[in-house]
Design a protein around this ligand. Structure first.
Ligand code: 3PG
Ligand code: MG
Length: 379
């Protein structure tokens, strides 16, 4: 056992005696970005498939028959050819020949509903279960929390590494520990901001969510995105941790007339902030360079548009250059790193966006708890 009493692949092998000839169900997170051209669907990034290979190969080397299962997108509980696993199956067939892949788990409403019938169907004819779907382990869905209550179960290598890297950030980070958070919605991040403020030495906040903090400070934000119902909470966080929280000192965006411009922290009427400014990018970069541990989640601006990519690029570059131990939360920040060609220059790119934030916030996830409780778990 490791990582807080959760069985490992070795524990599963011991429990089953041998894996040779056994049928093992592996819940993977093959929710990969897709590109459509007419009827043609292509995977644009196979990072999550490659990340599962160590587990799949380990099981195959021991003679197990490996059956994987994943969701893809949000098809809302009914079969939808646009979310067929076929493009994933093709890539998986190239990377891990012989591994089976079931159809999209979310074609059945019982997956998200955590239905007993779905769980029974999944474990039928199965000798053991492995959860390697870190990116979906914050969902209490049938394929995540059900099988561990029914069959011998373990975490896969990918899940294990995520937990072993992310959990110590809560308890024993090398200091200074700096978190950089961005993205559009502050409401998605308030929980993790609150938890991080208990452990970080500095928290830099960029992305559109900085405007809700600006509003909490009483600054004018023009037409920038913000969440009026979160202003009070942001004010509370600023009162609690004014020293630790770094907000941008300048902003790049569009004027009311649609011209690109740099503003201070008070935006004129009609202006819209879309990136942190050059001064803030340099400040955030300095904070990252001086850290010994860095966690980064969320872009600093609308980096898909080159005019508003400089802030995110500066943070990505600092995260790549710093000597600190660097962890990047999944989703958009991982995509930004890859777009700048810097994904090989960080210590860990998490396969889970929402999952890594929830693990940092709460210290546990439904998928981890199910594995820990195993067949003694009720419900
Ligand atoms: C993700 O891509 O974030 C995970 O696969 C979870 O997907 P979900 O947010 O649709 O549950
Ligand atoms: Mg998500």
């Amino acid at each position: 056992m490791s990582a807080g009493g959760i069985p490992t692949l070795e524990d599963l092998e011991t429990e089953l005696g041998s894996l040779a000839g056994k049928r093992i169900l592996v819940r993977t997170d093959f929710n990969t970005p897709l590109e459509r051209e007419g009827d043609d669907v292509r995977i644009t990034d196979d990072f999550r498939i490659r990340a599962a290979l160590p587990t799949l190969q380990w099981l195959q080397e021991r003679g197990a028959t490996v059956v994987t299962a994943s969701h893809l997108g949000r098809p809302e509980g009914r079969p939808d050819p646009r979310y067929s696993m076929e493009p994933v199956r093709v890539r998986l067939g190239e990377l891990a020949p012989g591994v089976e892949l079931l159809e999209n788990l979310r074609f059945d409403p019982g997956e998200e509903g955590n239905d007993d019938a779905v769980i029974a169907g999944l474990v039928e004819g199965i000798d053991g279960y492995v959860n390697d779907a870190f990116g979906a382990s914050h969902r209490a869905h049938a394929s995540i929390v059900g099988p561990p209550r029914r069959v011998p179960s373990a975490m896969g290598r990918l899940l294990q590494r995520e937990v072993e890297i992310l959990l110590p950030l809560r308890t024993a980070p090398k200091r200074p520990f700096v978190a950089v958070l961005g993205g559009a919605k502050v409401s998605d991040k308030l929980g993790v901001i609150g938890a991080l403020l208990d452990t970080v030495d500095a928290l830099a906040i960029g992305g559109a969510m900085c405007f809700t903090f600006f509003a909490a400070q009483g600054h004018s934000i023009g037409d920038s995105l913000f969440e009026p119902d979160q202003v009070g909470t942001c004010r509370g966080l600023l009162e609690r941790a004014a020293e630790a929280i770094h907000l941008p000192s300048d902003i790049v965006g569009l004027t009311a007339e649609g011209e690109v411009a740099t503003f201070g922290t008070r935006l004129p009427e009609g202006a819209k902030g879309l990136d942190i400014g050059p001064g803030s990018a340099a400040e955030f970069g300095d904070v990252v360079m001086e850290a010994r541990t860095v966690f980064w989640n969320g872009p600093m601006g609308m980096f898909e548009d080159e005019r508003f990519a400089a802030g995110t690029r500066a943070v990505a570059q600092a995260v790549a250059n710093t000597k600190a131990f660097t962890v990047v939360g999944g989703g958009d920040s991982a995509a930004a790193l890859a777009a700048f060609g810097l994904d090989d220059d960080v210590d860990h790119v998490s396969t889970g966006g929402g999952a890594s934030l929830e693990l940092l916030e709460l210290g546990d996830l439904p998928g981890l708890a199910a594995l820990r409780e195993g067949r003694s778990g009720d419900g």
